[in-house]
Design a protein around this ligand. Structure first.
Ligand code: ZN
Length: 183
């Protein structure tokens, strides 16, 4: 069952989310929440969801970029975005420990800024240190679209939204983006 995704203006989206203890991660409450967040992300559909977006100010993220989503792009668009499928995984208490200075700019949206997109510059690669759903340490090296997803979702845990980093002149409804800018 999908949870409600809170929209921009909801205070929890601007809070600093608190980290989870290993004990909490193993609890049935958090394990069930992970499942519900996954279902909410798939239903939206989206490629990532952070706990503040379902009203929980905790450092928990789910991510999955499915091949079927990427098929909505032309091969050229997928290639220029360096976008490849990313299997489902859970990220807890993440820290971006390395961020390449070089950035790339693409249109980006957010399930909590529903109906709008805009151009957001993001580092082309990052290294993230975090825990998984078993409270095991994980090191993630990501480039391309996956690096963008990670930066977007980690921002959510710090009360930052993509509109804060957006080139505001490019802010557009999704319909107008598809009509005028998608190509
Ligand atoms: Zn978002």
């Amino acid at each position: 069952m999908a949870l409600e995704i809170v929209q921009v203006g909801t205070p929890v989206l601007r809070e600093i989310a608190r980290p989870l203890s290993a004990e909490e991660i193993h609890s049935s409450h958090i394990q069930e929440l992970i499942q519900k967040m996954a279902e909410t992300m798939w239903a939206a559909p989206g490629v990532g969801l952070a706990a503040p977006q379902i009203g929980e100010s905790i450092q928990l993220i789910v991510i999955e970029d499915k091949a079927e989503y990427i098929q909505n792009l032309t091969p050229e668009q997928a290639a220029i975005r360096n976008r490849v499928p990313v299997p489902f995984h859970v990220i807890i208490n993440p820290k971006i420990i390395l961020m390449q200075q070089e950035t790339v700019e693409f249109y980006e949206g957010c399930l909590s800024v529903s109906g709008f997109v805009g151009v957001v510059p993001r580092a082309i690669s990052v290294v993230v240190e975090c825990l998984n759903e078993k409270a095991e340490s994980v090191n993630i090296k990501a480039t391309g679209w996956y690096a963008r997803i990670l930066q977007h979702e980690v921002d959510h845990l710090n009360g930052v939204l993509c509109i804060d980093r957006m080139k505001m002149q490019t802010f557009s409804t999704i319909n107008h983006y598809k009509k005028y800018w998608h190509k």
